[in-house]
Design a protein around this ligand. Structure first.
Ligand SMILES: Nc1ncnc2c1ncn2[C@@H]1O[C@H](COP(=O)(O)OP(=O)(O)OP(=O)(O)O)[C@@H](O)[C@H]1O
Ligand SMILES: [Mg+2]
Length: 582
């Protein structure tokens, strides 16, 4: 039986963990490092390098190296790498594959499953894409869990008999999360989570980079990136970045540091070096707004949990950027004496993921730890027409699952037809907090057809939202009078745009792509015959099975391409062959 691991898939670094003798442990990479840079690169010969090796070529070959891809998750960015372009989750998939390799080498066993962590405020599609990245890496993603929840689990593992309220402050490389949790009677209850997936160490680095550029410009009356070719710009940028990160880390331990970048440019045939003093005081000034912006989220999460600062018993600091002195001081000033020192901020999230993995595999039991109840990070709802005070307002957001609902959860609401003889209903799914649907993020839509004739308001439609433990939503719409329904996992976003020639693992991606056919209207009329054909395949010999499989695939593709004619053609072909097989 293969093993299950926990993975903290970070913006800048990733960690892998597993359970050994009931305790979570970190798995090192092939160099013995407990922290793996989340960096992917390509060598000249197009071969892929990952982790520390890729990190090492960031400066020498920045144009062949990709980092911080987590920030692009859920966007349709195309990331150039070598002579190909990748989608963000494909890059993550390559990274996860390498982490899987490290784990297999270390454990001497096949690794088949994983629990992967994501920022608490990752939305539906970002979670789904993270899951897909795991699948691309050949991992069955047993569960997606929230990073701050995982960090709290690592703390709670040895403190499960306590009764206390915990605040997790997780400031990583690219994202910031803050959660309030409560441990009581063996339950780890997440009260609320808030975050900013656009705030992290990278932004602190950016401020120092800008400072270096400005100082250069003042000294030389010339932009650091002016009048030079693109290759040189690339390489200067990555050296400045490296120097900024180094200075930032030094300032976590000392009051002042010197930024040294030798031979940064040649001006008037003379090589120019940067040598710049940066004090912690100056760094604090450059980054004050970033640090202060975390307070709003802390206040928000406390308010949502109905708690005051003084009610918090323990603060768990997670994420490398929580080492920044001003950050620590701010948290300390809000929660004096409450920061626990027993947790390694780099490893907490990964260890928590391993605990979740261990719970799944019964390597640890609920009694040794706790039952976890996590919360949904968004309001989820649909778009409706509201009628009141003689006014009709179209496009109003109607919340079905409110933020902070305990997951998994399932909620149903009933709606009515808006016009006489309305034949179909478009169900639009949104996440967000705004009154008007269009001001929120649309995460999917589909049409439920076949509504029987009747006057406006005569036919009712039940809409049911099912939010699972991974934070992934399934929506079901049913015509109440006939029972006709449509089910949809909200996942039809960018998947269908995948360019076939750029896939990491074509067969997996193709299978996932084909699986989306149920989300399309044309699928409705042929779903029975597809089911019949798929059942039949089990009874057939290999050759006949291949024939049937081929037609079913073509039919599914036609559904996804919304090509009615082709759907009819393959539907007929399938009916014909099934009839003959009978
Ligand atoms: N001593 C230090 N002082 C300041 N910052 C540090 C220190 N050590 C690491 N960092 C910063 O911490 C960040 C990495 O933290 P971590 O590994 O927790 O983030 P991540 O998991 O990659 O990102 P995220 O959780 O946001 O996806 C980087 O920006 C790094 O520069
Ligand atoms: Mg992290």
């Amino acid at each position: 039986m293969g093993k299950i691991i926990g993975i903290d898939l970070g913006t800048t670094t990733s960690e892998i963990s597993y359970i050994e003798n009931g305790e979570p442990k970190i798995i090192p990479d092939c160099f013995g490092n407990r922290i793996v840079p989340s960096v992917i690169g390509k060598k000249e010969d197009e071969s892929i390098v990952v982790g520390q090796v890729a990190y090492n070529q960031l400066i020498s070959s920045p144009d062949r190296t990709v980092s911080e891809v987590k920030r692009l998750m859920g966007t349709d960015a195309r990331i150039p790498l070598g002579n190909k372009e990748y989608l963000p989750h494909e890059i993550s998939g390559i990274l996860l594959k390498e982490l899987k390799n490290y784990a297999e080498a270390y454990l001497g066993d096949e690794v088949v499953e994983a629990v992967i962590t994501v920022p608490a405020n990752f939305n539906n599609s970002q979670r789904k894409l993270t899951k897909m990245a795991g699948e691309l890496a050949g991992l069955k993603v047993e569960r997606i869990i929230n990073e701050p929840t995982a960090a709290a689990m690592a703390y709670g593992m040895n403190n499960s008999n306590k009764e206390e309220k915990i605040l997790v402050f997780d400031l990583g490389g690219g994202t910031f999360d803050v959660s309030v949790l409560e441990i009581f009677e063996g339950i780890l209850d997440v009260k609320s989570s808030r975050g900013n997936d656009k705030l992290g160490g990278k932004d602190f680095d950016g401020r120092i980079e800008k400072y270096i550029e400005e100082e250069f410009e003042i000294t030389y009356e010339l932009g650091l990136y002016e009048n030079i070719d693109l290759d040189t710009v690339y390489s200067i940028r990555s050296r400045v970045k490296e120097a900024a990160i180094h200075a930032k880390k030094e300032l976590s331990n000392q009051l002042s540091t010197t930024i040294n970048i030798p031979f940064i440019r040649i001006i008037d045939n003379k090589p120019i070096n940067i040598s710049l003093e940066l004090t912690r005081e100056k760094f604090n000034k450059l980054t004050k707004d970033l640090v202060m912006s975390t307070t709003d989220k802390i206040k928000e999460v406390l308010k949502a949990s109905n708690l005051k600062e003084k009610d918090i018993d323990t603060v768990v600091l997670a994420g490398g950027s929580s080492r920044i002195v001003a950050v620590k001081e701010l948290v300390e000033s809000m929660f004096p004496g409450k920061i626990t020192s027993g947790i390694n901020p780099d490893e907490a999230v990964a260890l928590g993921a391993a605990i979740q993995a261990g719970l799944k595999n019964n390597q640890i039991t609920d009694e040794e730890t706790f039952i976890i109840s996590d919360k949904c990070s968004y309001n989820l709802g649909t778009s409706i027409i509201k009628i009141g005070d003689g006014k009709v307002i179209d496009g109003c957001f109607d919340c079905i699952i409110p933020i902070d609902s305990t997951i998994p959860c399932s909620k149903k609401k009933t709606y009515y037809t808006a016009v006489d003889n309305q034949e179909e209903v478009r169900v639009e799914v949104y996440e967000g907090n705004e009154i008007m649907a269009e001001d929120n993020t649309k995460i999917g839509d589909f049409i439920l057809s076949g509504v029987p004739e009747g006057k406006a308001g005569e036919q009712s439609i039940d809409i049911e939202f099912d939010y699972d433990l991974n934070g992934i939503l399934e929506v079901k719409a049913t015509v109440v009078s006939t029972g006709k329904s449509i089910n949809k996992i909200i996942d039809n976003f960018r998947l269908i745009e995948l360019p076939q020639d750029k896939l990491v693992d074509e067969s997996i991606n193709k299978a996932m792509h084909l699986n989306t056919w149920k989300n399309y209207n044309l699928g409705e009329s042929v779903k029975d015959i597809i089911e019949l054909a798929e059942n039949k395949m089990n009874e057939l010999d290999e050759e006949l099975c291949e024939v049937l499989k081929n037609i079913v695939e073509k039919l599914k593709l036609a559904i996804i391409d919304e090509d009615k004619e082709l759907v009819e053609k393959y539907d007929e072909a399938l009916t014909d062959i099934l009839f003959k097989l009978k």
